[in-house]
Design a protein around this ligand. Structure first.
Ligand SMILES: Cc1ncc(C[n+]2csc(CCOP(=O)(O)OP(=O)(O)O)c2C)c(N)n1
Length: 563
């Protein structure tokens, strides 16, 4: 059938099962927006800033496991979107981002709003395209979705010039796809899996090191099975919070810079690490020369280039985490002896008793950790929890009682302030029957606060819990520990009246200064089902502990603040 480029895009979105698109129009995207006006098979959410369009598509993808889609215009629309694209790239989130571009005849002339979009997106996308002729558009659209969601997922960018979106061509959407140079391996090598299973059987101090790839591969059930039959202790990275769920007996908590004492000690003393879709990020390994010194390493990952990238691996297995773990379970299930590492498990229990993850609660001032635990209690497993970046993010990762994968939506790799609110909006669109809560800081929330309006206009009731310490808290903490308390430019004493602010956008606001008012406010916000912001005044000087100083060994943790 004959269609113009914009209609081809609409048909491709329909074919790929896209239900929601986040975007913002402009001159170079006008043809596309004209077709959006005429269609009714997906919902278009008009954000108020392009960065938010991509974060929202990203939140949608993290919550649903589907590809998130964002459309922006050329030039400034696209450059605004870059932070969102880079955020998704660092966390391997499947997105397709379409940007308008000036007409092909003007490319290279410094035309109004021209920018080398594919040049900019190259280092922060899994793949990108500049569409040069209408004939290639159907193939490019099909490839983009295929590449975004297959193998190690990631964002794919299509730059679509204005003349091409208006040109008519033949639309024959490919049903299948085969790319010569891109064939992800899902099934692990049988011999390597056998060797890994033998190593697991023989190990006396084994440890499961669970990373975010376990969520993209939907590996929860197979990993739980492995835990059940082997009793091997497990740790989760920030990106993997929720894979096992907080009531899983094997789980020692989060590992890394703000990981629990027992998780970090386990990582340091294990004799076998079983890394599942984890990437040995520097915030997890600490000082590399001291990292897991006595351990052999099994690394299961869909991305061959991430294996032995940071640390030398003894048992590399390229494949889908879920599929490989299932095979390992098959090899171990009938003859695995858990007794071989009982001493190890006992010694970890002692570590946990020595320095459990805890905080000093108070009735005079609200403690952020208490607030987070309370949220968990009130929403009882029925919420998406998004965060921004800073202390509040780490307290969430430490203290929220996670129960399932995809429940926690946070920017791990890039650490992007301004992510939380739009991501919570995307998550709510993915599953409107769940509560969507953005836990933010008073610094972060101001980075995309305009999205409160999108939420109000589009009726996307997101609840924002702003843990307000009148500081850029995480930076203040580093200044406190490592810069002799010289609080250079981190004091946010003067803040807007957040309640008036959210009300001015058409939402509801609350100030919470004690436990009672917090509990009432959150319950009220949930029952009103409206866009809400809770300005929660917390202890200004609270720190996130434990903490591994950058460049330090994982086992050297700061466990207490100097008073
Ligand atoms: C876009 C962006 N700019 C700067 C930073 C550096 N940064 C990391 S945490 C942080 C402070 C965050 O403060 P706030 O949102 O108030 O949260 P808190 O740490 O107080 O919980 C800053 C500035 C960042 N991560 N992202």
């Amino acid at each position: 059938m004959e269609l113009n480029g914009s209609l081809m895009l609409m048909h491709a979105l329909k074919n790929e099962g896209v239900k929601v698109v986040f975007g913002y129009p402009g001159g170079a995207a006008l043809n596309i927006y004209d077709e959006i006006y005429k269609q009714d098979f997906f919902r278009h959410v008009l954000v108020r800033h392009e960065q938010a369009a991509v974060h929202a598509a990203d939140g949608y993808a993290r919550a649903s496991g589907e590809v998130g889609v964002a459309i922006v215009t050329s030039g400034p629309g696209f450059t605004n979107a870059v932070t969102g694209i880079a955020t998704a790239y660092m966390d391997s989130i499947p997105l397709v981002i379409i940007s308008g571009q000036v007409p092909t005849t003007l490319i290279g002339t410094d035309a109004f709003q021209e920018i080398d979009a594919v040049g900019i997106s190259r280092p922060c996308t899994k793949h990108n395209y500049l569409v040069k002729d209408i004939q290639s558009l159907p193939r490019i659209l099909k490839e983009a979705f295929f590449i975004a969601r297959s193998g190690r997922p990631g964002p794919v960018h299509i730059d679509l010039p204005k003349d091409i979106s208006a040109t008519i061509g033949e639309f024959d959407y490919p049903q299948t796809i085969s790319l010569e140079t891109y064939k992800p391996t899902y099934k692990g090598n049988a011999r390597q899996i056998q060797k890994a299973a033998t190593a697991i059987k023989e190990s006396k101090r084994p440890l499961l090191y669970i990373g975010g790839g376990s969520i993209s591969s939907n590996a929860r059930d197979s990993i739980l099975k492995l835990c059940e039959i082997t009793k091997i202790p497990a740790i989760e990275t920030l990106m993997a919070r929720g894979v096992l769920g907080s009531d899983c007996e094997n789980l020692l908590g989060m590992v890394g810079m703000h990981g629990s004492y027992v998780a970090n000690m386990a990582m340091s003393e294990a004799d076998l690490l079983i890394a599942l879709g984890a990437r040995f990020d520097d915030r997890v390994t600490g000082k590399l020369s001291e990292f897991a010194k006595g351990a052999d390493i099994i690394h299961i990952d869909i991305d061959p280039s991430s294996i032995s990238k940071i640390v030398q691996v003894d048992y590399p297995i390229v494949g889908d985490v879920s599929s490989v773990v299932c095979e390992i379970v098959e090899l171990l299930k009938d003859n695995y002896n858990c007794e071989i590492h009982k001493t190890w498990r006992d010694s970890l229990k002692k570590y946990n008793a020595l320095h459990p993850l805890s905080f000093k609660d108070s009735n005079e001032v609200l403690k952020p950790q208490w607030v987070i635990q309370k949220v968990g209690e009130i929403v009882s497993k029925n919420a998406f929890i998004s965060t921004d970046v800073g202390q509040h993010q780490m307290w969430c990762a430490q203290f929220y009682p996670f129960s399932s994968p995809r429940e926690f939506i946070t920017s791990g790799g890039l650490g992007t302030m301004g992510f939380g609110l739009p991501a919570a909006m995307g998550a709510k669109c993915a599953n409107p029957s769940k509560i969507s809560i953005n836990i933010s800081g008073d610094g972060s929330i101001l980075m995309n606060i305009q999205e409160l309006l999108t939420c109000v206009v589009e009726n996307i009731p997101v609840i924002n819990i702003v843990l307000n310490n009148n500081y850029l808290g995480m930076v203040r903490q580093w200044q406190s520990f490592f810069y002799d308390e010289r609080f250079s430019n981190t004091n946010l004493e003067i803040q807007p009246d957040f309640v008036k602010l959210v009300e001015s956008f058409g939402g509801v606001g609350y100030v919470c200064e004690d436990k009672d008012s917090f509990e009432k406010a959150l319950k009220d916000a949930i029952s009103q089902n409206k866009v809400a912001l809770l300005d929660v005044r917390i202890d200004r000087m609270e720190n996130v502990l434990p903490m591994v100083p950058t460049g330090g060994a994982l086992f050297n943790m700061i466990l207490e603040s100097k008073e």
